[in-house]
Design a protein around this ligand. Structure first.
Ligand code: ADP
Ligand code: MG
Length: 674
């Protein structure tokens, strides 16, 4: 029955509705049952018998326990009934309305409206208004479900149709094993589906949401833990691990005192290296938290142990920057460090490739060029990936083919722990939550449109004093082409009308790698005053003399992204500023931007993005990679942890899900979508 197609006869409706449903992806009974409300309107008007008051009109929904018509001495008819709900019973009387008994035989439900009477210690309801609890009760007098609607298909329509199919929810197969439902005190699936549409009360709704949210997270967590297990097993097969590194020579060359957080995370990494399986660790730390030196410690440990190391960055600019700073830090050691990026000549490239395959290059820094066909390491022990969210599970699989190296991911996009567990649950998590000392606070301001000219004048003045400026153009989610066009127009306007006396340059995602490089190089060297850019400037660029970050259309970016931009300044000794421009009139947008003004921590901002706009906003919608979670609330840490534990238990018991075929089927479906 569940797989029966929705047709006009089944739904007692007209064809256009059926077509429309199909367009909404609803073609079988099951689809409609799993089409969940987006909200509820609280119209719970009913009082329970125990809570009825004598001083007000009560509306009760009750069942008839007994009912009979009796003649009175005056030759009239009195109807005496006893009604009940889950809280109690109540006598009811009607005079001269014998048809009531016909309408509401014993066992039927009725809605009664009236005032409670007290007579000799006995309460009763006399001549209340009565109504059949028919269709109306789907639409009022309860927590009324509100569905995502289309022009043709209204919530009211959906309520009627879904209600008529609801008994079939009983046939839904529960993917979770019974022992887990019991251990976790979860509603069975059928009951959750019934209550998500037509909740008995707020508590039942809460429990239904919890059950359905549990299912959504469960699969994600299970998949993550399964990947973790696979990653670890590959290595066990080839007897790796057991390395204990002496870092004293490394610590001796670090030119500053490490923060407590840096020491802690380095220790976590060293601990990983002693295990009989490869490290799979994500280090999260705000921009400037000092992730490079943490990675360098791991690089040192592996190179000292005679293994090769690769560091991969998302762009050539960043790869070069890492190359420069790591060369400087590690030059005390006798290692051959190479750069592998797209812009090398073929000759240079094949030279590096040869050094990698023969093992004469100990440490290579590069872009995705590092995991392309034809790259062969002799003895790869560790891969460090900067900005790991741009790096997928598929690419990780390629590394396994290089001998299951340790994997260390670095991310400057702090995300809430719940989201990290859900998205990157296959990795161990390290958090660099302490800034190196002496980091200045960046003054952040929302600039109203009428102050724009003043801001330009002030910026011009700062440039006279030798500072440099970033100007970020608005994000255009739909099309990079339009975004680039808009940025080009803005760049030309700024050159011509606003800053004719200064040196400007434009940076965008459609430029070739070497063009971008040339622009960045000029900016870093100080021969450009203002860098006008689309969001490509986001990651990692280090220009200590830049002290002003001006962001246009700030409301279009997630807070975490804005925070990334802000992190581009404040890297030198000059007081730095972040100016937010926005033409949005919405209260919510302004509130978010104000939060940006008042909060310096990327973790705080990411929490707020998660709470206010959902998980997609943390990375920007395009690259979020986050499945559509309809029920699960990722803001509830305890809940996410609980689901994770349960997923771990099942993985232990049945790692391939051979005993849980329905779960397995869903898991495969989910992975296919990815
Ligand atoms: P990110 O986490 O953004 O990659 P970096 O590793 O680039 O940060 O570090 C930012 C700057 O802070 C670098 O110039 C680095 O040398 C410096 N730095 C890192 N750790 C410390 C520390 N413990 N004390 C002082 N300066 C530090
Ligand atoms: Mg960095």
């Amino acid at each position: 029955m569940l797989h029966q197609r929705l047709d006009a006869r089944l739904l007692k409706t007209r064809d256009p509705y059926i077509h429309q449903l199909k367009a909404m992806g609803l073609s079988a009974v099951e689809d409609l049952l799993l089409y969940f409300p987006r909200a509820y309107s609280d119209e719970q008007g009913f009082t329970r018998i125990n809570d009825m008051r004598t001083d007000a009109v009560n509306v009760i929904r009750v069942r008839i326990k007994s009912i009979l018509n009796m003649p009175t001495r005056a030759g009239k008819v009195m109807t005496r009934a006893v009604v009940a709900d889950e809280t109690g019973e109540l006598p009811v009387l009607w005079f001269n309305q014998p048809h009531v008994k016909q309408m509401f035989p014993r066992g039927s439900e009725v809605i009664l409206t009236g005032k409670l009477k007290f007579d000799r210690g006995q309460s009763s309801l006399a001549s209340p208004k009565y109504e059949k609890p028919a269709v109306t009760l789907l639409h009022t007098g309860r927590l009324v479900p509100v569905y995502p609607e289309t022009e043709l298909i209204s919530s009211q329509w959906l309520r009627n149709k879904i209600y008529s199919l609801l008994p079939l929810a009983k046939d839904l197969q529960d993917p979770l094993p019974a022992w887990m439902l019991e251990a976790e005190a979860l509603m069975p699936l059928w009951e959750a589906v019934m209550n998500i549409h037509f909740p008995k009360d707020a508590l039942h709704l809460e429990r239904a949401k919890q059950r359905l949210g549990f299912d959504e997270l469960f699969l994600l967590q299970f998949a993550a833990l399964q990947r973790k297990r696979e990653w670890q097993q590959a290595f066990i097969a080839q007897e790796g691990g057991g390395e204990t590194a002496d870092l004293s020579a490394f610590f001796a060359i670090v030119p500053f005192e490490l923060t407590g957080a840096q020491r802690r995370v380095i220790a976590e990494i060293m601990e990983d290296l002693t295990r009989p399986y490869p490290m799979l660790r994500l280090v999260q730390g705000d921009v400037g938290a000092g992730k490079t030196v943490v990675a360098a410690a791991a690089i040192y440990a592996l190179c000292s142990a005679g293994k090769q190391v690769a560091l991969m960055a998302p762009t050539e600019i960043l790869a070069r920057q890492h190359y420069k700073s790591l060369m400087k830090l590690l030059r005390a050691f006798p290692w051959n460090i190479q750069l592998l990026v797209g812009s090398l000549t073929d000759g240079q490239k094949s030279d590096v490739l040869r050094q990698l395959s023969t093992g004469t290059c100990e440490f290579v820094i590069g872009t995705h060029a590092l995991i392309q066909e034809g790259v062969q390491f002799q003895n790869l022990g560790l891969v460090v990936v900067d900005e790991q969210h741009r790096f997928g599970v598929k690419q990780r699989e390629k590394l396994r083919a290089q001998g299951s190296p340790h994997l260390l991911n670095l991310s400057a996009t702090p995300i809430p722990r719940t989201l990290a567990l859900t998205l990157y649950g296959d990795q161990d998590l390290s958090i660099l939550d302490e800034m190196p000392p002496g980091r200045q606070e960046i003054v952040t301001r929302i600039i109203p449109e009428q102050k724009r000219q003043d801001a330009y004048i002030w910026i011009s003045d700062q440039i006279q004093k030798g500072r440099q400026v970033f100007i970020i153009c608005p994000l255009v989610e739909e099309s990079e082409v339009i975004e680039v066009k808009a940025a080009t127009v803005e760049y030309e306007r700024l050159c011509r009308d606003v800053f004719p006396q200064h040196r400007l340059a434009l940076l965008h995602g459609r430029m070739k790698a070497d063009e971008k490089d040339a622009v960045m190089k000029a900016f870093a060297e100080g021969s450009v005053d203002i860098l006008v850019s689309t969001s490509v400037v986001e990651v990692g660029i280090d220009v200590p003399n830049a002290s002003i970050m001006m962001i246009e259309g700030a409301d279009r970016f997630g807070l975490a992204q804005l925070h990334q931009f802000r992190g581009r300044v404040g890297r030198g000794s000059h007081q730095s500023y972040c100016f937010l421009f926005s033409d949005s009139k919405s209260e919510g947008s302004l509130q978010r931007l104000k939060y940006m003004v008042n909060h310096a921590s990327g973790f705080d901002l990411a929490e707020l993005d998660l709470a206010m706009r959902g998980p997609g906003e943390i990375y920007g919608v395009k690259q979020s990679g986050i499945p559509d979670l309809r029920m699960a609330t990722l803001t509830d840490t305890a809940f996410v942890e609980r689901v994770r534990t349960a997923a771990g238990q099942l993985l232990e018991q049945d790692p391939e899900l051979t005993q849980h075929t329905l779960l397995k089927q869903r898991l495969l479906q989910m992975q296919e979508v990815e």
